[in-house]
Design a protein around this ligand. Structure first.
Ligand code: GLA
Length: 404
């Protein structure tokens, strides 16, 4: 799909989701043969606007679900077997539900398999099934394709098995799958954002006690764009887990002097500064990002609630600088896109989204800046890296849903 086509597809309103997902039902029939029509589900991706790398340190985060995500087509079969296929991947998983592998296999289907293993721990399976994934979300680009697949799998399989399908049940299975099966020590933000978002709102999650709230996001005035650097780093999982353990190390070093603190984000910033020697330069940089980001995320919330969009945008851009200089999860391609976006008239703020090390930059812009931004980013990026990035404009979305 060309960049312009991709941009137009991203603009499809949710009422057009049916039209987008219908070809997926046809692909299911082509792959698994005729029979009952499969049940169809959509599960969104997400961007994180504020609270970068705070969820696993118990801080506040502000993600938003996207109107792009994962399509799931599922149909029961009567032999107790399970097939997991995808229109975006070549490998297919086939096996009996009673004889699933004992550990992850290092393939794309580890994500749904982990969720299914968790669902089977809860109660034995009701029926086997064929399941076809697809969708219109760039994979591995920091838009939470993995949480989108995991929450979508939990939602669809629970529905097929006649189990209650509330968001919390899907969140727990998604988290278990990613942490215990795939082995990424991720925080709670992504499955929460995928499962609990509402259109026209940003989700505020206090990751210390897992409380969430919907904050109005002025979609009349503000738009979200995403520019994909195309950089996919194989080592991202290891780099991400390293940041998680660095934060644990900082908290272990400081907690005896902050007896009130339950999580790293509770530690007073002054204590971090007073402990500079003991932390050493690397842990000090990580801790300074965390302290600064907690303060910025509260400021961004106040700005959003006060309708001060310019201030909200400045917080978003300051987050990028902190991720680049202190948390060190950016790459030159992301810096180029963030700087080019920040310099464009009508753009309020831009930062890398997701874990970093590649993937996408998210841009908060006024409607007036819509015309020309995509071309500007493509031009600036191409001048430096000799290829064009994909640029998408998004509407927000609600959580996973079944399409009749
Ligand atoms: C990844 C993780 C999230 C979060 C972000 C960084 O997306 O899965 O839990 O830590 O990185 O904010």
């Amino acid at each position: 799909m060309g960049t312009t086509d991709a941009r137009l597809a991203a603009m499809a309103p949710s009422s057009e989701l049916h039209a987008l997902i219908e070809p997926h039902a046809q692909q299911f029939a082509a792959r698994f043969g005729p029979g009952a029509r499969p049940r169809l589900f959509f599960s969104p991706g997400r961007v994180n606007l504020m609270g970068a790398h705070l969820d696993y340190s118990g801080g506040p985060v502000m993600p938003m679900a996207l109107d792009r995500g994962t399509f799931v087509a599922i149909r029961a079969r009567d032999d107790g077997r399970l097939t997991l296929a995808s229109t975006l991947e070549g490998e297919v998983y086939c096996g009996a539900l009673t004889a699933l592998p004992a550990a992850a296999l290092g393939r794309w289907f580890d994500y749904p398999l982990g969720v299914i293993v968790h669902l089977l721990q809860e109660a034995p399976a009701a029926a086997g099934f064929d399941l076809l994934f697809g969708g219109n979300l760039p994979i591995g680009a920091g838009l939470s394709s993995s949480a989108s697949i995991c929450v979508g799998t939990a939602h669809a399989v629970r529905a097929l098995w006649g189990r209650p399908a509330g968001p919390q049940a899907s969140i727990q299975s998604a988290l278990w799958g990613e942490r215990n099966w795939v082995g990424v020590q991720c925080g709670i933000m992504d499955p929460f954002a995928v499962a609990l978002s509402r259109p026209g709102h940003v989700l505020w999650i206090d990751c210390r006690d897992e409380r969430s709230e919907h904050l109005p996001f002025d979609t009349e005035e503000l738009l979200i764009a995403v520019a994909d650097s195309g950089v996919r780093r194989e080592l991202a999982k290891g780099d991400f887990n390293r940041r998680v353990s660095e934060c644990r190390e900082v908290f272990a070093l400081l907690r005896s002097r902050a007896p009130e603190a339950r999580v790293l984000c509770d530690v007073p910033a002054a204590l971090v500064e007073a402990s500079a020697q003991e932390l050493g330069p690397l842990l000090l940089r990580r801790a300074r990002h965390v302290m600064g980001e907690v303060a910025r995320t509260h400021e961004a919330r106040a700005a959003l609630l006060a309708g001060d969009h310019a201030r909200f945008g400045r917080c978003v851009s300051a987050t990028h600088a902190s991720l680049r200089d202190l948390y060190e999860v950016s790459v030159p391609e992301l810096d180029c896109l963030a700087e080019a976006a920040q310099a464009f008239p009508g753009v309020l703020g831009a930062r890398l989204t997701g874990a970093g090390f590649g993937g996408c930059v998210v841009v908060v812009l006024t409607r007036a800046a819509r015309a020309g931004l995509g071309e500007h980013l493509e031009r600036e990026f191409e001048r430096r890296f000799g290829r064009r990035p994909a640029v998408f404009f998004f509407r927000g979305s609600g959580g996973p849903c079944e399409l009749a």
